[in-house]
Every structure is written in structure tokens, then in C-alpha cells.
Design a protein around this ligand. Structure first.
Ligand code: GLN
Length: 469
């Protein structure tokens, strides 16, 4: 069975007509894994036996690749880190339970930047992932394994997580649809925490319709995650019927186009996307989100602060790596962490601990929270004038492995994706074109208000229809 072009919708049709069973789908994914994962490195581990067992229990289920920080009972969950090598999950995350209850099964663990910190998957301590469109380039990150698996047709669809852009930027690099749901739409229970006020799980798929189907399966209130909303989960796929851009107000935020370092091809493709929306009947509205320029600084205080607290649990006592060289309990903590964490994770823990320390808390963390509120207000004001925003997603197409070495340049990848994460609104990346030289995929970002995924996906479906990628 050919996985190219086989998304959730196509797999459902095969299952419904009786032309394939869940086991056939798992075997097809396993075959692709054996044939091509050596070259692409999307998967870290692939337990075919476990997936076939689930498939036998549920012959109408569709296999989904899982980012390696989402717990699946009996499977490794390493978060791309040495510190969790050998760790096996004792339970299913709520999103995994929801998948199983809605006609999906977890199948394979895909690579990521260590603890989801990064934009290229090069921070994974466990392997290299390559961009399926150009093997000398990165797939983006931190959900780079998910994006490479979807974009390279090594799976049917995948789950990623997004804290500041980790679903959207890799989706843009690998020609996938990637949706970061509104904060609180999807449960975080059983998803290893990076920055708890930002983290969301979302679908990474081959089409908008697939993203709509998968999001419905994932979303909803969870008593195990007090930040989930009890707002009803609409039938997102049904909402796509008859999708049109006629009369839709698309906001064009000027701050997102005035970015230094915005690649000329990304600019061209984004501007052509804007024109295509207008030609399809959308009304363009110029909007301003004046606090956008502070978003990066705010994110790099809040995200490391929360990470420093969340990662304190990896201490050599309860989980994963334990140093063999410790003399007492304090050196056990210090050495286990020094040996287990990679350089980017250590950098974030140090920054996070600093901004939370007494005497600096008000100046950094407290002030960042206030500016975050202003960023959120910018979005509220913009959405009073339009239905959704259209912006560039990542500032460049996929770059070469090893090309970006300094952390700050790497951080700039998320310039356009971080504000929506801080505001907790829904945002996604949708394939929009290819660079003239090299044929690298480029996605654009659509952003809607919080819990407006139905509207967002409808707009994206209409956009997908006119771009025909
Ligand atoms: N690249 C950003 C970071 O390194 C965002 C990561 C993410 O969304 N998980 O923090």
C-alpha cells in the first residue's frame, strides 16, 4: 500500500469500504519505516508488534505517529533526551486515550528537540532527522520528527506539540498542515511539560480536512487537566463543507511583514497568498498588533521560567538517568542533570532559574507577564476588525543541518509564531508554495481568536482549495 497521498480521509475510505484493515495500515507504515527511516530519521522507535496488537483490537483504527514526549503506556517516552533514555511510560496521556476512543491508534515514536526546546530537531540527543524535501536540510522543530514523517509520507498523520511554534514552523518546512489549538482546547495530561501556560498538542497532517478530523478526536474537557475548557467540541470536519473566502475579513498585521531577515521567497509566497485570498472574495483589512516586537523577549522569560520548574523533577531519583559518580544526594542531583541534559536545556534552566530568583522576579517574570497581557489585548483588538490574520509562518524556508549555530538566530525562527502562543489563540501553518530555487516548501500562518478553530479551519480549507498544493 502506497503511503504517498494517504491521509486520514483516504485511510478512512479504505477502512469503510473494507479494502483495508487497521493491521494493513500499520503494516504499510512499518514497511515505509523499514525502507526509508534510515535516511530520514523521523522515528526514534517503532514497535510494530504493539501497534499490530492495538490494530487487532480495533480493526477500523488509523495509525498515528506520536511525538516522543506524549506518554503511551508501555512505550518509551524520551523527549529526545539522554536523561530519559530507557524510560517506559506507565500510562496513556489523555490525548492517546482520546485517539483510541475515536478510531485511531498510536504507532511509532517520532523525534524532537530535547524537551521541545529548539527549531530544527538538532537538539535531539537521540538522532538526526532530515527534511524529506532536501536531505541536507533540517525538518524544523521541535516537532521535526512529526513533520518529516507526515511530509515524507512515512505515516498517515502525526501528533506534535507547540509551545512557541513547534507545530507550525516544522509544518511550514515540510509541507504539512499543522494546527496549534487554542490554549485549553486539548488536554496536556501525560504530555511532558515544557512551559505549562503555553504547551498544546495538535494535529500535523496532509490536509486541512485531516487536521479537522484529528483535532475533534483530541479536543475536549479533561478532569486531569484543570486548564482544559468545557466549551463543546464542534464537528470541525463538518464545518468545512462549502468553505469559501467570500466576504471573509482577513487581517494583515503589518508588524509581521516588517521583519528584518524575512526571506524574499517567504515574503513572495505570503504576499501571493494574501492576493489569492482577495481574488477568492476575501476582504483584506490592515491591522496592527503594536506589542509584537516584545513577544520574543517575553517568551524567553516565561518559557524558560516554567521549564526550570517543570524540569526539576528529572533529578536522578525518580526518572531516567542516574549518575554513577555521585557521592551524596546533592551530587546525585547535580551529576545526573549535568550528564543527562543537553546544552540548550541547561541554558533554559539557568535562564529560568535566574528570572525567577528573588530580587529578579518582579523585574523579569512579573514584567513579562504584564507585557504578555498587552500582547493578548492586541489580538482581541485585531479580531474586533477581522475573522483571522494571515502572516508569514517561519521567516525562512528549511535551512541546512549545522547552518544555524548560535541560539539567538535559532530563536528568531519563532518570531511570527510566538505571539499567538502567548495570547493562547488558535493558529496554524498551511502549505502555500515552494521556493523558486530548490523547491523548498513554505507555509503561511492563519491565526484566529481563542476557541475559533471551526472558523479558522474553514478559512484554511478554502485557502487550500485555491492553492491546490
Ligand atoms: N522553538 C521554540 C523554542 O525553542 C518553540 C519550541 C516549541 O514550541 N516547543 O522554545
Amino acid at each position: 500500500m502506497e503511503l504517498k497521498g494517504l491521509g486520514i480521509k483516504e485511510a478512512k475510505a479504505l477502512l469503510d469500504s473494507g479494502d483495508a484493515t487497521s493491521s494493513d495500515l500499520v503494516k504499510a507504515v512499518a514497511e515505509e519505516y523499514r525502507a526509508r527511516n534510515g535516511e530520514i530519521g523521523a522515528y526514534l522507535t517503532f514497535d510494530e508488534e504493539a501497534a499490530l496488537k492495538l490494530a487487532a483490537e480495533n480493526p477500523k483504527a488509523i495509525p498515528i505517529a506520536i511525538k516522543d514526549l506524549i506518554n503511551v503506556k508501555g512505550q518509551p517516552c524520551t523527549c529526545g533526551s539522554k536523561i530519559l533514555e530507557g524510560y517506559v511510560s506507565p500510562y496513556d496521556a489523555t490525548v492517546v486515550r482520546n485517539l483510541k476512543a475515536n478510531g485511531f491508534i498510536p504507532c511509532g515514536r517520532v523525534n524532537m528537540d530535547e524537551f521541545a526546546m529548539g527549531s530544527s530537531t538538532e537538539n535531539s540527543a537521540l538522532g538526526v532527522t532530515r527534511n524529506p524535501y532536501d536531505l541536507s536540510r533540517v525538518p524544523g522543530g521541535s516537532s521535526g520528527g512529526s513533520a518529516a514523517a507526515v511530509g515524507g509520507d512515512l505515516c498517515i498523520a502525526a501528533l506534535g506539540t507547540d509551545t512557541g511554534g513547534s507545530i507550525r514552523q516544522p509544518a511550514s518546512f515540510c509541507n504539512c498542515v499543522g494546527v496549534k489549538p487554542s490554549y485549553g482546547r486539548v488536554s496536556r495530561f501525560g504530555v511532558t511539560a515544557f512551559a505549562s501556560s503555553l504547551d498544546q498538542v495538535g494535529p500535523m497532517t496532509k490536509s486541512v480536512e485531516d487536521a479537522a478530523i484529528l483535532l475533534k478526536a483530541l479536543a475536549g474537557l479533561d478532569p486531569m487537566d484543570g486548564t482544559t475548557s468545557d466549551m463543546p467540541v464542534p464537528d470541525y470536519a463538518k464545518a468545512l463543507e462549502g468553505a469559501s473566502l467570500k466576504g471573509v475579513k482577513i487581517g494583515i498585521p503589518k508588524e509581521y511583514f516588517d521583519v528584518a531577515g524575512l526571506d524574499a521567497e517567504v515574503r513572495r509566497i505570503t504576499e501571493e497568498s494574501v492576493k489569492a485570498c482577495e481574488a477568492a472574495g476575501a476582504e483584506l483589512v490592515e491591522v496592527s498588533l503594536p506589542h509584537t516586537e516584545y513577544a520574543m523577549s517575553v517568551y524567553y522569560i516565561i518559557a524558560p521560567a516554567e521549564a526550570s520548574a517543570n524540569l526539576a523533577r528529572f533529578d536522578g531519583v525518580r526518572y531516567g538517568h542516574r549518575s554513577a559518580h555521585a557521592k551524596d544526594v546533592l551530587s546525585l542531583y547535580a551529576k545526573s542533570r549535568a550528564e543527562g541534559f543537553g546544552p540548550e536545556v541547561k541554558r533554559r534552566i539557568i535562564i529560568g532559574t535566574y528570572v525567577l530568583s528573588s530580587g529578579y522576579y518582579d523585574a523579569y517574570y512579573g514584567r513579562a507577564q504584564k507585557v504578555r497581557a498587552l500582547i493578548k489585548r492586541d489580538f482581541d483588538e485585531a479580531f474586533a476588525k477581522c475573522d483571522a490574520l494571515l502572516t508569514p509562518c517561519a521567516p525562512t524556508p528549511a535551512f541546512k543541518l549545522g547552518e544555524v549555530l548560535d541560539p539567538l538566530t535559532m530563536y528568531l525562527n519563532d518570531l511570527s509564531t510566538i505571539p499567538a502562543a502567548l495570547a493562547g489563540v488558535a493558529a496554524d501553518s498551511i502549505p502555500a508554495g515552494f521556493t523558486r530555487e530548490g523547491g523548498l516548501p513554505v507555509g503561511v500562518q492563519f491565526i484566529s481568536g481563542a476557541f475559533e478553530e471551526e472558523k479558522l479551519l474553514r478559512i484554511c480549507k478554502a485557502f487550500e482549495n485555491i492553492t491546490n498544493i
